[in-house]
Design a protein around this ligand. Structure first.
Ligand SMILES: [Ca+2]
Ligand SMILES: [Ca+2]
Ligand SMILES: [Ca+2]
Ligand SMILES: [Ca+2]
Length: 279
């Protein structure tokens, strides 16, 4: 596989981090701000066995690289979904509630979701957001019914929808500051079955267990400030709670993943390179 010098969406997220306004769905060409590469870090339960594992999306080629175990090694799945270059956001979730997380793209306000991790047309296509949508996409099982559905984060206002179809937000609330500099993350921090919101500000994880306005229920430091560390939470040990992870891209194209199994400060529980150095 090609090695990754990532930090692509990094550039897009950097727009948020610096407090300026993202003006549209990210252009692939905008991703080069941080580096010459165009990648995004993701995590999901690609094989439906219960644990979340890493994924990479290459915007230049529209190629997904998914790994089914939290250890060094080659990707288990390599396939294309998206254009070359792709101008939308890469997103993942269990759209059909069958237990596996699969791929998707958000272009403008159009969500293109596929229920299998392979090349093909979108199984679901719908509008959620504006044609020139400026919000950042998030996905999660907001209502705890088993399927992941869309959300948009416009500055510090979160708009969550409980169905994979065109329509209005079911839940809208403020979380974060005006001109929020944190990176939005979502997960089931307390293991009760629903996904909720969080922000990662300069390495500080601020997680809340209800999709409402209010203070963080859990706050801890993990990792360094973006873009050195890209936040990627997941259920690494299959105990039904989502916990922090960070991906650290290196100049040689390798990426080191630091996954922690507790929502607290401390060392990475599992650390490995994906992709690693070419042999
Ligand atoms: Ca898995
Ligand atoms: Ca699924
Ligand atoms: Ca749901
Ligand atoms: Ca929860």
């Amino acid at each position: 596989m090609p090695r990754f010098a990532v930090v692509a969406t990094a550039a897009a997220a950097l727009v948020v981090v610096t407090g300026t306004t993202a003006t549209a769905a990210p252009e692939g060409t905008e991703f080069g701000i941080q580096s010459t590469s165009t990648g995004q870090f993701l995590s999901g339960d690609w094989d439906g066995d219960g644990d979340d594992t890493p994924g990479l999306y290459d915007y230049d080629s529209g190629t997904w690289f998914l790994k089914n175990s939290n250890e060094a090694g080659d990707p288990d799945l390599i396939f294309t979904f998206g254009n070359a270059p792709e101008e939308g956001w890469a997103i993942v979730g269990d759209w059909d509630g069958d237990g596996d997380d699969t791929i998707g793209l958000l272009r403008g306000g159009t969500w293109l979701l596929r229920n299998t991790n392979d090349t093909g047309v979108a199984d679901l296509t719908f509008q959620y957001g504006d044609d020139d949508e400026s919000g950042l996409p998030v996905t999660g099982d907001w209502d705890g019914d088993g399927d992941d559905t869309p959300g948009l984060v416009r500055d510090n206002v979160w708009f969550l929808r409980n169905a994979n179809s065109t329509g209005n937000a079911n839940t809208a609330f403020v979380y974060g500051d005006q001109n929020e500099v944190g990176i939005p993350v979502t997960g089931d921090w307390d293991g009760d079955g629903d996904d909720t919101q969080g922000l990662v500000r300069v390495g500080n994880w601020l997680l809340r267990n209800d999709t409402t306005t209010g203070p963080a229920d859990i706050a801890f430091a993990y990792g360094d400030a973006f873009p050195r560390h890209w936040p990627v939470p997941g259920d690494w040990d299959d105990n039904d709670t989502d916990t922090p992870g960070v991906a650290e891209p290196h100049e040689d194209g390798t990426v080191r993943w630091f996954l922690r199994d507790e929502n607290s400060s401390g060392p990475g529980t599992t650390v490995f390179d994906f992709p690693g150095a070419e042999q």
